[in-house]
Design a protein around this ligand. Sequence first.
Ligand SMILES: Cc1cc2nc3c(=O)[nH]c(=O)nc-3n(C[C@H](O)[C@H](O)[C@H](O)COP(=O)(O)OP(=O)(O)OC[C@H]3O[C@@H](n4cnc5c(N)ncnc54)[C@H](O)[C@@H]3O)c2cc1C
Length: 234
Amino acid sequence: MVPDQPGTPIGLPRGAVRPAMHGDRVLVEVQPHTSGGLQRGTIKEILGHGQTRIIGVVHGEPGSEQLVVPSNARYGDPARATQDGLAVPQGMVVSAEIVEYPTSYRSAVVRIDEIVGKDNIEVMLSTEVVGVGGDGRLERLTLRTGGDVEEVPADGLFVLIGAEPRTEWLPDEVERDERGFVLTGSDYGTSVPGVFAIGDVRAGSVKRVASAVGEGSVVIQHVHRRLEQEAARA
Ligand SMILES: Cc1cc2nc3c(=O)[nH]c(=O)nc-3n(C[C@H](O)[C@H](O)[C@H](O)COP(=O)(O)OP(=O)(O)OC[C@H]3O[C@@H](n4cnc5c(N)ncnc54)[C@H](O)[C@@H]3O)c2cc1C
């Protein structure tokens, strides 16, 4: 546990951490003794949850009890998957929404809603590439996860920086989903007549160059039809 005020981290025995997940804000009672050079503490209260999802590997087949085991052990204990999520075979790496947080007596419950890959992929959350190295070619990466730094062998590095729709400037009348992507109908029209959205910014779009270009070529006929309708009304 890293204190808000400047100070040294406090060690929490594994059993005492069970109701808390990585990233939670917690109230900790500091114990008078130290162990392994660390001041020890026990969690008294969870003040706020730091994560709404976990990424991990599915254990168990659909139809039976399935667990999602976090890819990175520091992200918590295995969580039980609800039956109403995606039906995903054992061994897949998934992203799952936390629907019930863990308590001292039971593990977290999650709903699987996205397949991320197969179990030969390790997803490392909150990890930065802070260095690259090699003799004439890429041979290793330096990764930092919190305070931990490690070197891993690598002969390829592919960067995908993610997608923020950046639509905050749009008026409220242009409806968006909870992540800010613009909602459209099948003609790419938004909730405001005459305003269209295509490409990555559109909710549900495929996020590929060819599909963005394709949507652009299709929407133009809807724009022309709209302009004709307006001209006829004038
Ligand atoms: C790292 C990375 C790798 C990718 N690799 C592939 C790949 O291999 N193959 C593939 O098919 N797709 C790939 N994609 C996805 C692909 O880039 C997008 O699907 C595609 O560019 C979407 O086109 P777009 O025109 O919808 O949006 P964009 O290409 O994002 O264009 C939007 C433009 O609008 C501008 N803009 C934003 N806000 C404003 C504003 N307020 N005012 C004025 N201008 C604004 C932006 O600067 C940008 O130039 C990749 C994406 C990323 C990030």
